[in-house]
Design a protein around this ligand. Structure first.
Ligand code: ADP
Ligand code: MG
Length: 363
C-alpha cells in the first residue's frame, strides 16, 4: 500500500481525498469533532505541497447534507473551502479546496457502482483515502474509485494500521481486552480471535448479557441479542480468561450496568495490564445512573501509562462526556481509533474492502 508520502509531485495536482466527517450532530451542531480534526494533518500536507483538493465524505444519514455544517468545518480545520452540491458540478469548478456534499446521497455510492466511481474520478490526477472508519464498507468512493485513479493511503489510515497492528502483535502476557456495548455481531469475533492471545477479556454491556444468557442466567427484561446462541458458537464460555460480570445494576428488571464487585475486579486487572484494547461501554452510560461502570473503567485506563487502543463512537462519547479525552491524548501512550466497525473488523483479522482496494490498485 502506497501512502501520501510516496507521491513525488503534488504541485497543481487535482486530488480526490476521501475524508471522515461522519460525526454526531444535534440541532445542526457538531457534538464531537475528533474525526474531523484528524483530517487536518493530511489536508495541511496537501495544501502546503500545492495540490488542489476535493474532499469526499459521507454522513450516515443518507439524506443529510454538509451545507449547514460548512462554517463549523472551516473553524475545525482552519480553512475556508467551497461546497459542491453534486458530483456533476465537480468538472465545472476548479477550486483549490472544496468539499463535495454527502456522497451517500448518490445511489451508486453504497452499491460500489463502477460507472459512478468512473464519473467521480474524471478530471482528477490521484485518489487518497484518509477515512479508516469507512474501510469495512465496499463503497464506490472507497473501493471502486481505486480502479480509475492512482490510489494512496492517507495519514489516518497509515497510523491506524500501525497502531492496531502494534496492539495485535503486543505480547500475550499483560494484554487485556475490554469489550462492551451493543453490537455483539461484530464484537464476538474479536473475543474469539484474542481469547487465547491475551491475559483477560473483560466483557460488559449487551455482549455480557448474551454470554450470561447462554450460561443459563435469567435475564429478565435485559437487552439480549435474539441470535446470541449462534453468535457465541465456537467460544468456550468457561474459558478462565473470559471474564464476565458477577454483579449488576438492575433497573426495571433490566441489567443496565456492571456492579461494584465487577467494577473493582475489572479496574484491578486494567491497572495491572501492559496493553489495553478497549471497545464498548460497560452499561447504558447515556443515563448517569448506569454510567458508573464505564466511568470507572475510563478513569482507571486514563491513569495507566501503558499502551492503549480505544475505539468506538459511544466509547469515545463516554470519555468526552467526563472530559477525559485530552488526558488520554496527552498522557501515556494512547491510540484513539477513528474506527468503530472498521477497528473491530481489523482486530478480528477480517479483510477490509477499502484497504484491499488500496493495496491492489495503488500505483
Ligand atoms: P461503540 O460505539 O463504542 O462501539 P456500541 O455502539 O456497540 O459501542 O454500544 C453502545 C451502546 O450500548 C450504548 O448506547 C449503550 O447504552 C448500550 N448498552 C451498553 N450496555 C447496555 C445494557 N446493559 N443494556 C442496554 N444497552 C446497553
Ligand atoms: Mg456505537
Amino acid at each position: 500500500m502506497k501512502t501520501i508520502r510516496d507521491i513525488t509531485d503534488l504541485k497543481d495536482k487535482k486530488v480526490l481525498m476521501r475524508v471522515d466527517f461522519d460525526v454526531p450532530i444535534e440541532d445542526g451542531k457538531i457534538q464531537e469533532s475528533f474525526r474531523i480534526k484528524k483530517q487536518k494533518e493530511a489536508l495541511d500536507y496537501l495544501v502546503n505541497h500545492g495540490a488542489k483538493v476535493i474532499m469526499v465524505a459521507h454522513l450516515h444519514e443518507n439524506n443529510a447534507s454538509f451545507s449547514d455544517l460548512m462554517s463549523q468545518l472551516h473553524m475545525l480545520l482552519g480553512y475556508e473551502f467551497d461546497f459542491i452540491k453534486t458530483p456533476d458540478l465537480l468538472r465545472s469548478s476548479t477550486p483549490k479546496l472544496a468539499l463535495l456534499d454527502n456522497i451517500r446521497q448518490n445511489q451508486g455510492e453504497e452499491k460500489n457502482d463502477s460507472e459512478f466511481a468512473k464519473q467521480l474520478a474524471k478530471g482528477f490526477d490521484l485518489y487518497i483515502n484518509n477515512d479508516f472508519a469507512v474501510c469495512h464498507r465496499n463503497h464506490a468512493s472507497v473501493s471502486a474509485i481505486t480502479e480509475f485513479l492512482p490510489s494512496y493511503a492517507g495519514f489516518v489510515i497509515e497510523e491506524e494500521i500501525a497502531a492496531l497492528g502494534k496492539g495485535i502483535d503486543s505480547p500475550k502476557n499483560g494484554k487485556v481486552i475490554i469489550i462492551g456495548g451493543a453490537k455483539a455481531l461484530i464484537k464476538v469475533p474479536v473475543i474469539k480471535r484474542f481469547i487465547d492471545k491475551c491475559d483477560a477479556i473483560l466483557v460488559g454491556g449487551v455482549v455480557a448479557n448474551d454470554i450470561l444468557k447462554e450460561k443459563g442466567r435469567d435475564m429478565g427484561s435485559s437487552v439480549v441479542d435474539a441470535n446470541s446462541k449462534e453468535l457465541l458458537i465456537g467460544l468456550d464460555l468457561n474459558n478462565p480468561r473470559l471474564i464476565i460480570p458477577s454483579d449488576f445494576v438492575i433497573f426495571d428488571n433490566k441489567i443496565l450496568d456492571i456492579g461494584e464487585k465487577t467494577i473493582k475486579k475489572y479496574c484491578d486487572i486494567i491497572s495491572q495490564a501492559k496493553t489495553i484494547i478497549w471497545n464498548g461501554p460497560m452499561g447504558m452510560f447515556e443515563d448517569e445512573r448506569f454510567a458508573k461502570g464505564t466511568n470507572n473503567i475510563i478513569q482507571t485506563a486514563a491513569e495507566s501509562e501503558t499502551f492503549k487502543i480505544i475505539g468506538g463512537g459511544d466509547t469515545i462519547t463516554a470519555i468526552d462526556k467526563i472530559n477525559l479525552f485530552d488526558k488520554f491524548q496527552s498522557f501515556g501512550q494512547t491510540f484513539i481509533s477513528t474506527g468503530g466497525g472498521a477497528m473491530l473488523e481489523f482486530l478480528a483479522g477480517n479483510e477490509l474492502p477499502g484497504l484491499k482496494a488500496l493495496s491492489y490498485h495503488g500505483k
